[in-house]
Design a protein around this ligand. Sequence first.
Ligand code: UDP
Length: 243
Amino acid sequence: MGERQPLYEGKAKIIYPGPDTGTLVQYFKDDATAFNARKKDVITGKGVLNNFISEHIMNRLGAAGVTTHFIERMNEREQLIRALEIIPVEVVVRNVAAGSICPRLGLTEGDDLPSTLVEFCLKDDALGDPIIAREHILTFGWANAGEFDVMVAETHRINTLLTDIFAAINVRLIDFKLEFGRPADGSGGLMLADEISPDNCRLWQVGTDEKMDKDRFRRDLGGLTEAYQEIARRLGVTIPQAF
Ligand code: UDP
């Protein structure tokens, strides 16, 4: 079999053409990056863990009525997904202060926010994913007003669902990042894209606030694989042993 040509390679995933029109294959790499890729490493098995965890979460969101790009997991590293035109906006949801909002607004990590905060960043590594407002999204046409409203409403619904999913396994959902897209063939409305995994959520153990997410890598805490495995185990996700 000849080498497949990637359509796109990101920091943690590679996108290949799918078997059918309107589909793509999303391959999960073991690469870990932080601080806009100034910090890099390879963590063996991380891609497998994120593939299985994200499959589980996407299926649960789908069962609750959220439209997602996820079709099925193909193997340990790959998912079949709907081909979307990705809206170049990262939607960040914050329930508790952590990460970049702390230095930006003078908050202390762990502070409760008065209510759930939804922020938007432009998906542009060269610019360092700058924070943007609704006005930027509409002015530059990254999404129209209707799409923006759907994106925000879906985001709040997903936050409620995810908060409950993690609370049920004794984990606090501190913050996370979502991406949305529209079907490339023009059919249907916005869909949730990308992945939902401990790479793009902050997850803290109830009671101790021990970090069970990518902050273990960002902050050199060690034990990232063990933490992701523990999240998978509690969710009831079986991960193949030999990765
Ligand atoms: N996040 C992400 N990709 C990004 C930026 C943020 O998945 O490019 C996630 C991150 O894992 C965290 C949330 O979004 O769960 C908020 O991240 P923050 O803005 O605090 O940035 P970071 O700490 O990654 O610099």
